[in-house]
Design a protein around this ligand. Structure first.
Ligand SMILES: [Zn+2]
Length: 258
């Protein structure tokens, strides 16, 4: 039977006392499994640890481009890789990528961290869930140069146009959609042209204290709203979206089948 899977979340950032309730709510919305993303070495270790406590959780290891505070070294990357040794629930390299918004870390540091972590993903044979903000051409160039298609993965929080979607798919990656799809008409038009076979779902959920009502904070349960929106855009049953995106993620990460 198929379920919804949230391929990218930061619910590890919520208070630990909230996690079980968030997971219960996600189950009620048919979101059976959630992949949390590492953003630093320490947080990657914490995420891996959390997967041992909570059945529904799987995780990625990685250093987020926004969180690079000094040049990432080979030693740091090998410590990241070691996290996978004793933990079968570490199933992707995430969150890695490039972020060229103003005020972000030094770009040379970002390029270096991205390349080293793509090489790590290839050594570990783990797919990559990547971040790209104001850096799409460069992100794709690095993925191409490092032959990241060997492991594949997904462009997370996709908000690009049709031509970007095509480039990402041609390179062998999935397009992962988050909650903006439910409100952005331009994105809805783009997604209506992408075959369901290339889509994954995510919440990218993290605490949102700037939203005054707690019930409005994005959680993995909202993945269901994204699936419903896709079914409307493609004029197919919700069950078909659920089944296809489930098959897509199992193709990428067969370990999620258990
Ligand atoms: Zn993220």
């Amino acid at each position: 039977m198929s379920h919804l899977i949230d391929c990218h979340s930061h619910i590890n950032e919520f208070d630990i006392t909230e996690i079980q309730n968030i997971l219960n709510r996600s189950l009620q919305s048919e979101v059976s499994k959630i992949i949390i993303a590492g953003t630093t070495l320490e947080i990657s270790k914490q995420c891996a640890y959390m997967t041992k406590t909570f059945d529904q959780l799987f995780c990625g290891i990685g250093i987020h481009p926004m969180d690079i505070e000094s040049p990432v070294t080979e030693k740091t990357v090998s410590e990241l890789a070691e996290i996978t040794n004793s933990n079968k629930k570490v199933i992707v390299v995430s969150e890695i990528g490039l972020d060229f918004m103003d005020g972000m870390p030094d770009r040379e540091w970002q390029y270096n961290a991205f390349r080293l972590q793509i090489r790590m993903a290839k050594t570990l044979k783990l797919p990559i869930i990547f971040h790209s903000r104001e850096a799409d051409n460069e992100t794709l160039r690095i993925l191409r140069e490092e032959q990241a298609f060997e492991v594949g993965g997904a462009m997370h929080y996709f908000q690009g146009d049709e031509s970007l979607a095509k480039k990402v798919i041609d390179m062998g990656f999935f397009i992962s959609l988050a909650r903006p799809l439910t409100r952005l008409e331009k994105l809805q038009k783009v997604v209506s042209t992408i075959s369901l076979d290339h889509l994954l779902l995510e919440s990218d959920s993290a605490p949102q204290p700037f939203k005054s009502k707690r019930e409005n904070w994005t959680e993995p349960r909202h993945v269901k709203d994204i699936a419903i929106k896709i079914s409307e855009l493609h004029n197919v049953d919700y069950d078909e979206v659920k089944a296809t995106t489930y098959n897509n993620i199992l193709e990428l990460i067969p370990q999620l089948k258990t």
